[in-house]
Design a protein around this ligand. Structure first.
Ligand SMILES: [Zn+2]
Ligand SMILES: [Zn+2]
Length: 411
């Protein structure tokens, strides 16, 4: 009998074993829905990093959905809601660090809480100011009349509340969660979430200087792939005018990240008075102290466990404003990933536009619409760029008989 060449069928166990090993790399996805501390901001100067208060979402490799804090960013998460794990495990786990407004204010506006089939497991600590079922009481108080038009009975989703204490660990799906006390007025918990794709440590609202709690923070951050730390104040503010306010700085974050051997530091809980440029400068300084640092940005997504890089961060395209194709000859100077200065001649083909100051002989009506067409000479000839704008200010023009018209582009 002739030997028959052996071909593996798809349902043979050895091939499945191989396929499983090579095809299922555990990946976790961490999304930032709110990154601002204390109170939301809608100031255009804070728009790039974002104005919503703390809310993060972690999708673990097993599909478990974990939400960290319920600041105003939670509303956005709710409006883009997709059933966790494709609806296979429709439950969501929500870890609440503490009860200050900026960490709970999104709750009444989180639409999935009003949908019957959803199931939410809330975890937070027993506050000495509230006693048993602290978080449940916070819900009720927030939605009590006359502060909110409907009460808790309108929330149809299943809600379960679990009290956790500093030092406690528990599992959620195949992920391990550890809680630790941090140094903050009326208490705050930090969380360490160990997933098969990597470790996320979330330590917002924490002031350094208490030896025992500083040690807790290092334990939370030990070897973490992502260490999210309170960076609300500058090191100078932290030592003077903001001492005792319960927050930290980029410098402390970098120090703890180094001590705890965390891999990537994320600066979080930006002060509402910190403009985008101030956060840029904080980030620049932090990068001089620690290798891998990002400033938390609304819409930022960090992937853990991806082949190649362990940590990949993606900035939100939607926050780069209105974009148009263009062709501008340009010289670009910058710094490479490796830290070298470079200079390069190129063509800018895609530009984002927020607004312009236009000199006009006509006086447009304030808050009316303007159609603006611009000619953009470039490498491949003249192109025209059409934009619709909205008149936001009118000043005396530099030229006689002209007005300076401030326009915000909308479309
Ligand atoms: Zn806060
Ligand atoms: Zn707080």
């Amino acid at each position: 009998m002739l030997p028959v060449p052996r071909v593996l069928a798809w349902n043979e166990p050895s091939l499945w074993g191989f396929a499983r090993r090579t095809m299922t790399v555990p990946i976790a996805k961490l999304s930032f829905w709110g990154v601002r501390g204390s109170t939301p901001t809608v100031d255009p100067a804070t728009w790039r990093y974002g104005g919503n208060t703390p809310c993060l979402e972690l999708i673990a490799p097993d599909g478990t959905q974990i939400i960290l804090d319920c600041g105003t960013g939670l509303r956005m998460l709710g409006s883009r809601w997709a059933a966790p794990n494709g609806g296979k495990t429709p439950e969501t786990h929500i870890l609440v660090t503490h009860y200050h407004w900026d960490h709970i204010q999104g709750i009444p506006f989180f639409s999935p809480l009003y949908v019957e089939n959803n199931e939410f497991h809330f975890y937070s600590f027993r506050s000495k100011f509230l006693g048993r079922d602290s978080l449940k009481q916070v819900f009720e108080a927030q939605m009590a009349l006359p502060y909110f038009p409907v009460d808790m009975s309108a929330m149809n989703a299943k809600r379960k509340f679990k009290e956790v204490d500093g030092g406690e660990s528990f599992t959620v799906g195949e992920n391990n969660v550890t809680a630790r006390w941090l140094n903050h007025p009326q208490g705050c918990l930090g969380f360490r979430i160990e997933t098969p794709a990597g470790i996320v440590a979330y330590a917002t609202d924490n002031e350094p200087g208490d030896a025992k709690l500083d040690e807790s923070l290092r334990e939370l951050a030990a070897g973490a792939d992502i260490f999210i730390n309170d960076a609300q104040f500058t090191p100078e503010q932290l030592e003077t005018t903001r001492k005792g306010w319960g927050h930290s700085s980029w410098l402390e974050g970098a120090r703890v990240a180094r001590q705890a051997e965390a891999k990537t530091l994320v600066l979080f809980h930006h002060d509402p008075d910190s403009t985008d440029r101030m956060v840029d400068s904080i980030l620049r300084q932090a990068r001089e102290e620690f290798d891998s640092v990002f400033a938390a940005s609304e819409g930022m997504v960090v992937t853990l466990g991806a082949p190649g890089d362990r940590v990949q961060a993606h900035m939100p395209g939607t926050r780069t404003a209105l974009r148009r194709e263009a062709q501008f000859q340009a010289k670009v100077c910058g710094v490479t990933e490796g830290g070298k200065d470079f200079e390069e001649e190129t063509v800018v083909r895609d530009i984002s536009l927020q607004g312009a100051l236009i000199s006009l002989k006509h006086m447009p009506r304030l808050q009316s619409e303007l159609q603006v067409t611009m000619e953009t000479p470039g490498a491949d000839g003249v192109q025209s760029m059409n934009l619709r704008g909205y008149v936001v200010r009118i000043d005396a023009g530099a030229e006689k008989g002209h007005v300076a018209v401030g326009v915000v582009f909308t479309d």
